[in-house]
Write a new protein. Structure first.
Length: 232
């Protein structure tokens, strides 16, 4: 699983119609690596250099993505359909092109971001799979970071998939969380689903954390409702 982007929040982007969109602020990442005694300093340095190069490439793509000629499309219909029958208390903030849904249950809470980015006028020269993988990983990192106090070690299951057929593709990554401090257990679920079709990138990304395992299950089912309503 890629490093989680701790403080980046996409809903803070500044939308100025179709055109360049200022990228969100991103805090520096710190990766702690414990080298085995048998690993030489040269090998360790080479590995760190490779990681740095990959991170630079990744950051460059995100910057170019938000600096290209893109704009947000409306997702209110998608949100309305997917939220029908939801048992969670919710508030929806539709601003800066992102439908941000705040969810509250009896024993926990979470959020779902829903957005659609029109790439028809974009000057990005990356292929579809590259865009899906990088933007999907980027958003999954941000969303996972919404679960306060949760680290990669707390994930008990995870899945990541990217596929493409002719002129459309989809990305999906999700993970379940279970963390106990001896007094109580927290159950969490986070998922990012993205579809790139007809030059539109639709993204649904959410995270939920609760002391009730059934609430986690209900949230997972709600995310499935969103996935079913994303055209592919």
């Amino acid at each position: 699983m890629k490093n989680i982007l701790i403080l980046a929040v996409l809903s803070a982007v500044i939308l100025t119609g179709c055109g360049n969109i200022s990228p969100p602020f991103k805090a520096e990442q710190t990766t702690v690596t414990t080298a085995a005694p048998t690993v030489s300093a040269a090998a360790s340095s080479e590995a760190e250099s490779t990681v740095d190069e990959e991170q630079v490439k990744y950051d460059t793509f995100i910057a170019e993505f938000f600096d290209s000629n893109i704009c947000f499309a409306d997702t209110s219909t998608l949100v309305t359909e997917a939220m029908k029958g939801s048992s969670f208390e919710n508030e929806i903030d539709n601003s800066n092109g992102v439908n941000k849904i705040t969810l509250k249950g009896s024993n926990g809470g979470g959020m779902i971001d829903v957005l659609c980015i029109d790439l028809s006028q974009s000057d990005l020269d990356n292929d579809m799979e590259y865009i899906l993988e990088n933007f999907g990983d980027y958003y999954f990192g941000q969303t996972s970071a919404q679960m306060s106090g949760i680290t990669e070690d707390d994930f008990v299951s995870s899945y990541r998939m990217t596929s493409s057929v002719v002129s459309k593709g989809k990305y999906q990554q999700y993970g379940s969380v279970q963390k106990s401090d001896g007094m109580a257990t927290q159950f969490g679920y986070t998922e990012t689903y993205a579809v790139l079709s007809e030059n539109k990138l639709t993204v649904v990304s959410g995270a939920y954390l609760s002391t009730d395992m059934m609430e986690r299950q209900s949230f997972s089912q709600l995310m499935s409702q969103f996935v079913e309503n994303v055209k592919y």
